[in-house]
Ligand binder design. Structure first.
Ligand SMILES: Cc1cc2nc3c(=O)[nH]c(=O)nc-3n(C[C@H](O)[C@H](O)[C@H](O)COP(=O)(O)OP(=O)(O)OC[C@H]3O[C@@H](n4cnc5c(N)ncnc54)[C@H](O)[C@@H]3O)c2cc1C
Length: 323
């Protein structure tokens, strides 16, 4: 049984289809060298839906011009935790966006997924857990996988008596805004070179991905889809993003539409000593009824790392409940 507090699945993974465009609100791809999503896709029967990055290379906007940028430095500026050679191998995604495996998983699990069922409390029983749901209902279960942001998991576990889990609740998550903007390709002064750029002084705009050049099928013929990354700020993110992109890329006129996603607590930023703290928390959780933690807050923030930690959590629970 999957208990999901929202009315839709996927969490940070949001792929929307708008007038033939594929708009990504959160992640837009994964490193081509990572096997987790291709393996999952094969299991789900959608291995043929993987798409490869087309345009390559990231530029640096230094305030005056777009200058060539080393891939390793681009990754560091974007906060991507990967080596230069991993970045050089490029990114992959799915034909309908990163939400595609989520949608197929939901079909497979249908009936076992309960939406709008936020977990508000966990009480250890002699064997298993009493899981309280916001609004008053509850479930008694043998084992729990907490695939939640660390700040929620930590709070639930601390209230369940695992005081050391406070460490998890304190993991910082950084805010960001993504804005997708659609244009006619005739609004651009020429074809865009590469997959996007990062900004040297990122007070209002951090980076931009040329979404419809990076992956196939992101915009209909004759249109361009761009995605801007902004730090949290006052003002309309769509207007701010367009104003910067118009200057940097020489875009004429207004966007056909724009769509902003606000991530108040987006990517976790691990503090020094993070993996030791997580290992200690896991060690102590072993004293409780079967429970595993999984997700971006622990063993890597990318989607591939989340798939890996989910599988490891599943294996741990299978082991613990087989006794
Ligand atoms: C803007 C942005 C761009 C990114 N780009 C990339 C990228 O290109 N590639 C990449 O690999 N990674 C990227 N990431 C990182 C990656 O998308 C996330 O770290 C990852 O998807 C998080 O997955 P998760 O399952 O750990 O957490 P979440 O996606 O946060 O999922 C947690 C789920 O738990 C639910 N939930 C919360 N509280 C409760 C509760 N009390 N009871 C029940 N359910 C609850 C939520 O509704 C949600 O569905 C990006 C992240 C952001 C914010």
């Amino acid at each position: 049984m999957v208990l999901e507090s929202e009315r839709h699945a996927g969490g940070t993974i949001v792929s929307e289809r708008v007038d033939g465009f594929v708009v990504e609100g959160g992640p837009d791809g994964f490193l081509a060298g990572e096997p987790e999503l291709p393996d999952l896709a094969a299991e789900l029967g959608i291995g043929d839906r993987l798409v490869d990055q087309q345009a390559r290379g990231t530029a640096l906007w230094n305030g005056t011009e777009l200058a060539p940028l080393d891939e390793g430095r681009a990754a560091a500026l974007l906060g991507i935790d990967a080596s230069k050679s991993e970045i050089a191998a490029g990114f992959r995604s799915f034909a309908a966006g990163m939400g595609e495996p989520v949608a197929v998983l939901m079909e497979r699990l249908s009936g076992n997924v309960k939406f709008a069922q936020g977990v508000s409390g966990l009480i250890p029983r002699k064997q298993g857990w009493h899981v309280a749901i916001t609004g008053g209902s509850a479930h008694d279960v043998d084992a729990v996988v907490l695939a939640l942001p660390a700040y929620t998991a930590g709070r639930l576990l601390e209230a369940a008596g695992a005081s050391h889990a406070r460490e998890l609740a304190e993991t910082p998550y950084l805010p960001s805004i993504t804005v997708s903007l659609a244009y006619l390709d005739t609004q651009l002064s020429g074809p865009l070179k590469g997959a996007g750029f990062v900004v040297e002084s990122p007070e209002q705009l951090r980076a931009c991905t040329y979404a419809s050049f990076k992956f196939p099928g992101r915009a209909p013929q004759g249109y361009v889809l761009l995605r801007a990354y902004l730090p949290p700020q006052d003002g309309d993110p769509g207007q701010v993003a367009h104003a910067h992109l118009a200057t940097i890329l020489g875009i004429r006129g207004e966007p056909l539409w724009s769509r902003a996603f606000h991530w108040n607590r987006g990517l976790p930023r691990y503090r020094p000593g993070h993996s030791d703290r997580v290992a200690e928390v896991r060690h102590r959780l072993a004293r409780l009824p079967p429970l595993a933690i999984a997700g971006a807050g622990y063993d890597g923030a990318g989607v591939s790392a989340c798939v890996r930690s989910g599988r490891e959590a599943g294996r741990l629970i299978a082991r613990l409940t087989a006794r």
